[in-house]
Ligand binder design. Sequence first.
Ligand code: ADP
Ligand code: MG
Length: 192
Amino acid sequence: MQEINIKELKNSYRIKSKEYRKSLDSEHKKELDLKIINNLLNLDEVKKSTVILSYISTQIEIETDCFLTKMLMQNKCVAVPKCVENTRNMNFYMINSLSDTFKQSFGVREPNKNCPKLDDFENSVCIIPALMFDKEGFRLGYGKGYYDRFLSDYKGLKIGLCYQNCLVDKLPHGFFDVAVDIIVTENEVIYI
Ligand code: ADP
Ligand code: MG
């Protein structure tokens, strides 16, 4: 498939999934988020890992606050992403609590300046947000490729979170798209 077609197709899927997320009322969203996080917490791979890399959710994403707090309470090393200015790269920084983060001007919470950067990803899992996933583990993000760049070099386990409604049979994917190993929805856990 040509690069241009992939881009257009991805954009049409982005519009659909954003519409779905906007259509969720807040009580229903809370219910779905809770089920997804419970399924995530029940995974042996999460229980066994000692290092958790995870996004911090915005209002329209699957909420990770309670997950992050639980991981910290279990004394795991928890690191959250921060974009590198003027690039499409991101790095992960360790936090001791959610109060080690602050809301950036663009509305995303990022780790404070004094949080140490994490470079050793041994025994880690990475929890990945998405607009959609397909059943082969391919991911649709916002279209900037931040996760594809980070994951190109990441050797740990990749776990994607999404609503069942945002899981499709096949998404268009390009050369740089990195698939996840496990997808967790409110209804099921899929091992790719
Ligand atoms: P997303 O993954 O956020 O949905 P895309 O997959 O559409 O976004 O990627 C956005 C752009 O970033 C694409 O043009 C893609 O080719 C580019 N890109 C992704 N990963 C890399 C990489 N590792 N190196 C160079 N360019 C990349
Ligand atoms: Mg991609």
